[in-house]
Design a protein around this ligand. Structure first.
Ligand SMILES: Cc1cc2nc3c(=O)[nH]c(=O)nc-3n(C[C@H](O)[C@H](O)[C@H](O)COP(=O)(O)OP(=O)(O)OC[C@H]3O[C@@H](n4cnc5c(N)ncnc54)[C@H](O)[C@@H]3O)c2cc1C
Length: 398
């Protein structure tokens, strides 16, 4: 019997396994894929993440594919372009997730890959994960780190299916490019781009230039995402027309994927079970970025479980501390970013860009929030007040 059975070896599952195994707990991490494996993603995150998880520092050569320095935001009508200087680390998820997975194994976690979990049976004092092979793995605790379509969330009764308006449907491609092709289009500072509400649809497109690839993607709120591949193709045509993408770009890697962008689950724990990362909807509703939240929640989950296992207190009336801690850590950010999402997908977005164009502080606030900069939160009240001030100043002719 394991102390903790972790389902999913993405950033959430591998990070939790790392911290649990490091403290000497018996951990088994299950994933339906074999590693290294790809995960459709932009692969961008705040550089602060590497400081937050110091064990990554010695592995940066294995996953870092550049640091983009200038964020460029395009208004829906394309008339306004805002720029901000905010570093964004870039990676390929094949490499990044593999490093996280290896770090967990180095600490002594067992793994069971290329194995799909089919059911979770919740017993009085332990859980049993039934695998597709028919075998089962038992653990005192089961950690649901199995992503946006989480089996654990469903079977624990915590989240059945994300409603369409709480999901962003994405299409993303990692386009191979030479160094010259990248420098010519994005300069040495590696300008990265966000395009708000493309074609009037709620969502955004992005370009993240990396060392030898250009990541382009498009995310649209689920209720409006019908015909996404066709919309993606017209985004690609637009980028080529703007000379932001090569005419002969190889888009054969284009894939679809979902992000839970309607805010986190109402409850992330039941007896002997916690949810972490996308399984719990821990994603910025504004940008769709979730790596940093998945990893922070995973570290908190490990801390809570360590003490809960030591004192044999694994019922809901102890595990609620997990939710309290992650809410304290980043719950407010997710709430603010949900409001920002509503504002930035509204018909007033063009107006906001017009206001933002006149104010450097607004530009800085927005661009920092676009990379989940760990040392700055998007203060929505401040942003609105600031925008109103700029309007007022404009109307007074100052
Ligand atoms: C197109 C796109 C672009 C994105 N861009 C960014 C970005 O630039 N920056 C950012 O920070 N975030 C981005 N995100 C979000 C980010 O990918 C997620 O928030 C992050 O991967 C969450 O990590 P996780 O460990 O919770 O889930 P995942 O990374 O999804 O990992 C879940 C794991 O569980 C496994 N699994 C699932 N079900 C089972 C099962 N039944 N049995 C066994 N294994 C199972 C899967 O194989 C997978 O390995 C993007 C997402 C998408 C879709």
């Amino acid at each position: 019997m394991y102390d903790v059975v972790v389902i999913g070896a993405g950033p959430a599952g591998s990070t939790a396994s790392y911290y649990l195994a490091k403290e000497g707990l018996k951990v088994c991490i299950i994933d339906k894929e074999s590693f290294p494996r790809d995960k459709p993603c932009g692969g961008g995150f705040s550089t602060g993440l590497i400081d937050e998880f110091p064990y990554l520092q010695k592995r940066t050569d294995d996953f870092l594919k550049g640091i983009a320095k200038i964020g460029v935001l395009h208004s829906p009508n394309r008339r306004v372009v805002l720029q901000g200087k905010v570093d964004m680390a870039l990676t390929l998820r094949t490499d990044f997730d593999n490093v996280l997975f290896e770090c967990a194994l180095e600490q002594g976690a067992d793994s069971c890959t290329k194995t799909r979990a089919k059911h979770v049976k919740f017993h009085q004092n332990y859980s049993e994960v039934i695998l597709a092979s028919g075998n089962s793995i038992k653990g005192t605790v089961v950690l649901g780190a199995d992503g946006v379509t989480s089996l654990v969330a469903r079977e624990a009764g915590l989240q059945r299916r994300w409603p369409k308006d709480n999901i962003t449907a994405c299409r993303v491609a990692e386009v191979p490019a030479t160094n010259e092709e990248i420098l010519e289009r994005y300069t040495e500072d590696l300008h990265y781009h966000f395009f708000a509400n493309l074609g009037g649809l709620p969502g955004y497109g992005w370009i993240f230039p990396k060392r030898d690839t250009i990541n382009i993607g498009l995310g649209i709120v689920g209720t409006h995402a019908q015909g996404l591949p066709r919309i993606f193709n017209s985004f690609v045509r637009f980028l080529k027309h703007e000379r932001l993408l090569m005419n002969n770009a190889d888009l054969s890697s284009a894939k679809g994927a979902l992000i839970p962008t309607g805010g986190p689950v109402k409850k992330s724990f039941v007896d002997n079970c916690l949810l972490v990362g996308d399984a719990a909807g821990m994603v910025s509703p504004l940008t769709g970025g979730g790596i940093v939240f998945a990893m922070r929640a995973a570290r908190i989950a490990a801390r809570v479980l360590l003490s809960a296992l030591e004192h044999d207190k694994l019922k809901e009336n102890s595990l609620w501390r997990y939710e309290q801690m992650w809410q304290y850590n980043f719950g407010k950010d997710l709430k603010e970013q949900l409001i920002a999402q509503k504002i930035f997908t509204s018909p007033f977005t063009d107006l906001l860009f017009e206001i933002g164009k006149r104010d450097e502080q607004i530009q800085a606030m927005v661009s920092e929030s676009m990379v989940e900069s760990s040392d700055s939160e998007l203060d929505i009240k401040k942003l609105i007040i600031r925008s109103l001030l700029v309007c007022l100043r404009g109307s007074l002719g100052r």
